[in-house]
Design a protein around this ligand. Structure first.
Ligand code: TXA
Ligand code: MG
Length: 349
């Protein structure tokens, strides 16, 4: 049975964190909040714990896990040939939503890295996550705490919905702040690449290291001629049960087109949802209008994305039409997830 413990962010109950930390150090799994999404944690240097994580998530075991640390020295402890950029990026962005890929040493089992000679490492910016790492005395391997193929969890109830009965404990620290997974940057090659876009953009990374940072061509390609470098980016992810179509263009055109598409679906007796914003939510006639946030606050759009995709499943929607969110800073990260969820079905108006 899974134990669910509420933890107050502003007044963390140390007994709960000690109990959770002990479970991790005994090889059990504990889900916990980070600033990006909830993670499913286990001892990163214990091959058996890593295997348990894959099993609980139903995740292919060639898809490596991110190792979460609470101090920079832990990065040095598990890596080799650390490039100078690692320190610069850590000084600027850790703790925070940035995962660095570096060469691993023998301390890290291949079970944790999905057989790779590199390891993904991140210091999360969340008091519960950091305290859990310290209390466990371990480094914590943690993928997002969802069943493989479902949207990442941004609330404890999403974790419970997917993993109840399969893990020892869930620490419920409320809704997360960012809502999409960390930026992954690969430091193991001369050309530094972002393997997964997130809150921290390539431009922000470039500025700190004084070198150009590119986006992995494999995640932009829509065909499968160029493979993404992060194994996890090749899987069909985040797909809601309903069909999802994105509509792009000027706001008025988008609203008009979506209303036409909704009407067509209604003529076929389908249940239809529209993903809209504060600015447009009153302009649609659908069964369900899902308000993702405000265009004046792009962070709000990122924060609500996964929750809304999960709601579409819960409400047993047949078709979803969504506006497009090419917002200035994290638009890339949002659209990367949304385009995948839509299987790249996009209509231009
Ligand atoms: O924000 C986050 O990063 C969250 C929270 C819990 O920290 N974690 C997360 O983990 O998103 P996960 O397992 O859902 O995604 C990890 C991604 C996968 O796409 C995986 O393929 C990639 O990181 N990855 C891990 N190790 C790698 C490596 N050595 N080389 C390339 N990609 C790697
Ligand atoms: Mg994930």
């Amino acid at each position: 049975k899974t134990k669910i413990l509420k933890v107050d962010l502003n007044n963390i109950d140390m007994d709960s964190l000690k109990e959770a930390g002990q479970l991790i150090s005994k090889g059990e799994l504990v889900a916990f909040p980070t600033e990006t999404v909830y993670g499913l944690g286990g001892d990163a240097l214990d091959a058996k714990a890593a295997e348990k994580i894959y099993k609980a998530k139903g995740r292919p075991s060639d898809n490596p896990l991110i190792v979460h640390i609470s101090k920079y020295e832990d990065l040095e402890m598990i890596s080799k040939d650390l490039p100078v950029e690692a320190k610069k990026l850590a000084d600027k962005f850790w703790p925070g939503p940035l995962t660095m890929i570096v060469n691993k040493n023998d301390k890290v089992p291949y079970e944790t890295t999905g057989g790779m000679d590199t390891v993904a490492v991140r210091m999360p910016n969340h008091p519960i996550a950091l305290e859990l790492i310290r209390q466990s005395g371990c480094l914590i391997a943690a993928p997002s705490a969802n069943t493989s193929g479902r949207p990442s969890p941004t609330e404890a109830k999403h974790v419970v919905g997917d993993l109840d009965g399969k893990i020892a404990m869930v620490l419920d620290g409320g809704e997360v702040g960012i809502g999409i997974e960390s930026t992954i940057v690969d430091l193991t090659e001369d050309q530094i690449l972002v393997l997964r876009p997130g809150y921290i953009t390539p431009e922000m990374l470039s500025e700190v290291i004084g070198k150009e940072v590119k986006i992995d061509p494999g995640i932009i390609a829509q065909d499968d001629t160029t493979k993404p470098k992060a194994p996890g980016m090749k899987y069909k992810h985040y797909a809601p049960k309903a069909s999802l179509v994105l509509v792009e263009g000027k706001q008025n055109n988008v609203v008009k087109k979506i209303n036409e598409l909704v009407q067509e679906q209604h003529n076929q007796d389908k249940k239809v949802a529209v993903i809209a914003t504060d600015e447009t939510k009153n302009k649609y006639q659908a069964d369900v209008i899902l308000n993702i946030g405000s265009r004046n606050d792009e962070d709000s759009i990122a924060r609500h994305l996964y929750k809304i995709l999960r709601e579409c499943d819960d409400l047993e929607i047949d078709s979803i039409f969504s506006e497009s969110f090419q917002t200035p800073r994290i638009g890339n990260a949002i659209m990367n997830r949304l385009l995948k969820a839509a299987g790249h079905q996009v209509i231009q108006t």
